[in-house]
Design a protein around this ligand. Structure first.
Ligand SMILES: N[C@@H](CCC(=O)N[C@@H](CS)C(=O)NCC(=O)O)C(=O)O
Length: 207
């Protein structure tokens, strides 16, 4: 059985939980409190971060790498496109999401810290604006199709969903012009796999 070491509020772990629940397979999620991290994480992941997947002798870290492995081991429903050209495009977009959006998560995570220096507050505002503008650019896609790659739910939707779930929590407000994107987000949030993957601490992030 696969074991996933997963942060209870961590958006990267959230991605892996979504894939595990979408696949409906046998696995165990080991909850990791990031404020009180057990020492064994540093033993299994040299970067001392979650998520980490352990499948017998295989130990994997990096959410997108873990998710591609699960997708290949359990191909139903397939989340990466079967065609090599579409798969390459999907990986390119996964990279863009990391670069433009998810690399900024550590700054966005400071949104709920009480005491912040002025400089940090400015950095947080710049980051919120960058993420908001990038999401606004994506909105027109969903006037034509249901999901990121077409009408089927895919790895791209998995990859971005934890951020969309946390927009309010990070203090990011989208304008009405991006309503197609928020409708798209609701489409993801209503999936059974998505609902089952939420931890109690994540459930309270959105009202
Ligand atoms: N690029 C990594 C990012 C993982 C990551 O940054 N995890 C953070 C949680 S947001 C972590 O475990 N940080 C260690 C800590 O907070 O002590 C992935 O996609 O898995």
């Amino acid at each position: 059985m696969m074991n996933l070491y997963s942060g209870t509020t961590d958006p990267f772990s959230h991605r892996c939980r979504i894939v595990l629940y979408e696949k409906g397979m046998d696995f165990e999620v080991i909850d990791v409190d990031l404020f009180n991290k057990p020492e064994d994480i540093a033993i299994i992941n040299p970067y001392n971060r979650v998520p980490v997947l352990v499948d017998r002798d295989l130990v994997l870290y990096e959410s997108n790498i873990i998710n591609e492995y699960i997708d290949e081991r359990f191909p139903h429903p397939q989340l990466m496109p079967p065609d090599p050209i579409m798969r390459a495009r999907a990986r390119q977009l996964l990279h863009t999401f990391e670069h433009e959006l998810f690399e900024r998560i550590p700054i966005l995570e400071t949104a709920n810290q009480k005491e912040k220096e002025k400089e940090k507050e400015k950095e947080l505002d710049r980051t919120r604006a960058h993420v908001r503008d990038h999401l606004i650019q994506l909105a027109p896609i969903f006037t034509k199709q249901k999901f990121m790659l077409g009408d089927e739910f895919s790895m791209l939707d998995v990859a971005i969903a934890p951020l969309l779930w946390r927009l309010e929590h990070y203090g990011i407000e989208l304008p009405k012009a991006a309503s197609a994107l928020m409708k798209y987000a609701e489409r993801i949030f209503s999936r059974q796999g998505f609902i089952d993957a939420l931890t109690p601490s994540e459930k309270v992030m959105r009202r």
